[in-house]
Write a protein that binds this ligand. Sequence first.
Ligand SMILES: Cc1ncc(C[n+]2csc(CCOP(=O)(O)OP(=O)(O)O)c2C)c(N)n1
Ligand SMILES: [Mg+2]
Length: 1012
Amino acid sequence: MTEKLLVPDIGDFENVEVIELLVKEGQEIKKDDSVITIESDKSSVEIPSVFSGTIKSINVKVGDKVSKGDLILNISSSNQTSASSQDVPKNTENLIQEAENSLKKNEEKSLSNQNIKREKEETIKVVNEGDIDPLETSEWLESLSDVIEKDGNQRAHYLIKELINKAYMEGANIPYTQNTPYINTIPVSEEKKSNGDQNIERRIRSLIRWNAAAMVVRANKKFPELGGHIGTFASAATLYDVGMNHFWRAKNNKFGGDLVYFQGHSAPGMYARAFLEGRLNEKQLDSFRQEVNPGGLSSYPHPWLMPKFWQFPTVSMGLGPMLAIYQARYMKYLINRGLIKDEGRKVWAFLGDGEMDEPESLGAIGLAAREKLDNLIFVVNCNLQRLDGPVRGNGKIIQELEGIFRGAGWNVIKVIWGSYWDQLLVNDKTGHLVKTMNETVDGEYQAMKARDGAYVREKFFGKYPETKELVSSLSDKDIWRLNRGGHDPHKVFAAYEKASKNIGSPTVVIAKTIKGYGMGKSGESVNTTHQTKKLDVDDLMYYRDRFDVPLTDQQVKNIEYYKPDQNSPEIKYIKERRLQLGGFIPERTTFAKPIKAPPKNIFDNMKVSTGQKEMSTTMALVRMLTNLLRDKNVAARLVPIIPDEARTFGMEGFFQKVGIYAHEGQKYEPEDSAQLSSYREEKSGQVLEEGITEAGAMSSWIAAGTSYTNHDIEMIPIYLFYSMFGFQRIGDFAWAGADSQSRGFLIGATAGRTTLAGEGLQHQDGHSHLMASTIPNCVSYDPTFHYELAVIFREGLKRMHEKNENVFYYITTMNENYPHPAMPKDKSCEEGILKGMYKIKEFNKYKKTKIQFLGSGTILREMIKGAEILQKEYQIDSEIWSVTSFNELRRDGLEVERYNLLNPDKEPKKSYVEKCLGKTEGPILAASDYMRMNSDQIRPYVNKSFYSLGTDGFGRSDTRKNLRNFFEVDKEHVVTYGLSVLAKEQLIASKFAKDAIKKYKIDPNKPMPTKL
Ligand SMILES: Cc1ncc(C[n+]2csc(CCOP(=O)(O)OP(=O)(O)O)c2C)c(N)n1
Ligand SMILES: [Mg+2]
């Protein structure tokens, strides 16, 4: 039967233009295939068919204006309900099903585990001075013990929750604490034991500790300026070792590998281990922090400098935690989209307790819980110190973090006390030990570990007669041996084991350690530990003895490394453990296949004139993305990332077309479900709609941009943001993205100080290109016309994703609508666009006086208009150059200048700028919608008088016309300044400039815009 396909509800738009017909009469189509593209002045969307069948007639043509209910085409419906293009492929569906089944099973298992009956423990009578009726208290507690024994933890938890609810309903409105007592989360009875050889593991750990310290001390002995850290790894050695020996699975041809974010300044420990593993040699250890010559070891994890070793740059604190969260989330995204298999891979992130002060460290933990990232494990090494002193001298960082993470919905595992405390806690019948633990603040805990056993006996156990009594039979040495949880491999193993098995939420292991553990007087638990990089002979002897490193006194004096023989049990063990876990960690490899760039003509529709039709470059970009979604090689690999700005950029059409990623799908019918651009969330959705978090969106971009190495699949992230909230807001992430060798596009939309009218000071970007220019592998462009954008974008796809160059693109797009000319026929045009400039127009009527205009972004249009006036009214000729990238021109200039200076006897090379402008006539006036410094960048490479206009100063809200007048970049100022420049160069009389100043009512006494 014949069906009529009508224009659906397209939101608030009426009379929207048809810009593409995607089907032909007689064509066989499936339901959901797109049939036409329509475009308003804000966005373009494809309209899908709601029927399958053969098209009988098409009722619209390109250029028609349509509204809701208009007939698009008639179709003879085949009544088949074919699979929607958005359906999850069969194998993915199976995969997801499998994952869900195993999830369910594991959930059941974990519930039943909690119901395991335990031997009844003696009720601990909690000491509480405020207890007005201890008998009543103990009755309640006993009842609770009975419930736990009879019905298990879940039931007890349920009852407590009900009690709290009841209290709340009765008006007892006291918030329930997020904290548990200051003891380990995992009871001794539930600790899973490691099957490793503890003696050998301790020996290995000791050697790693020694070699890590030795490499820092040796480097600083040679060059004291090099620096380095010993205390941090000393505190974290056990935390890393247990992971390396038992948990972290490497990438190999059978498995994708766990991803471990190492704490930046614990790097020496990772090198020391790699040395024992045979991956690094002594010479390399000796070139720690000396990276200028090949083979040196990076101070910190920097993939740019050690691309086969480090995966994640983490030393700028706070980036690691966020990057890890979004990495874990992105891993689930790839799984849910059917692009990688679910292999139960994990993301581990090692963080300092001081680092948790960074807003970024905690800023995304809500997302991790909300998205149930049970593939994510944070390990916070709470050595209670940061660089200057205690993290929370007057409080307890572990408790603070527990509350924050638990409140956010994380699974929290505290590892506070080592095994030597177990018996004391069992003997703590009165609860005074736990009370003392709760009452002691971190400043005291730190001070105790900087002293000795006698001091701990007096200051800690001496607080109450009951605790004093508890340790009366222990010697001071025994007391000193009471270890912290993070230094006890059994406790750490049990915590990691539980963390790895947790389902439905991310886990944070909060481990208590000692900064500078084992460094003795030279740096154990003292405020200066962080910066200790030299150890004298006595300290070294102490360190050797403390960890039983088999070195003679003389070898210690020489600060020799220690590496046992290849056939020693230690080396065999370490290798065997890693073999079991699939290989070495960290290691950076890639087996991703390049993506074939789309054909050269993919953006051909961008190379023709738009005629009278006006369009913004943002819209042009969105159109191009829509084209890319039709390219079979590229479509699935695009990762559009938007922080709550899709509608601003006219991208709402993507919601229906490819869906918004939502790990739980869509549990509600969206308010706008009847509309074409309805808000569609889907488990296999492609768009990452991040919410209002530029840092989060950038973290996603980095995760996707490094997919080729971390997941062996090349992806194309395109992150669109308000240009002002890009580099300025998240510049440090951009730097980390560059270090990580991320590939992808950053789009600074609504760019330009005077182009984003109305929004004002905090929105108007006049400097992001300068910030982009600071990143060596960031290629940046400020195009004016659609064809420039098309050429740049396709080249970016080719360079990054087909040729796998480790660069990334920053492109600004604007929201100003204007007509776009056809691409000039000149063959060199494309090359010029990519190199940074090409001649777009020439006025050559009078052949008397000439000026060269260099314009960028929307200001190029002001220059073209200004040049027209100059020609018409002042008989001045000009050449107009479209500068797509002052940044790229400068890079070329720098390189050429350097070559010429270093090769004084050779024929000098010419910079591209010089090639373009060298033989031209007249002075140069350059302008952009950015600070003058943007165009000034090329001044040294032009042997001509050079002047620039720009938008230096605070932005403000007004119309584009008024803003351009204020910043002196409108056509009137182009004319006036042009005349003035020519007068200064003595090419014309000054009266013309004076006249123009008067004519255009320019106030020469107006202060510089920077002062207003
Ligand atoms: C963003 C940032 N700010 C400052 C520093 C300098 N810095 C390096 S380590 C450090 C102290 C770290 O303390 P913590 O996180 O507790 O780590 P620990 O060494 O104690 O394990 C500081 C301030 C940095 N690396 N990054
Ligand atoms: Mg610390």
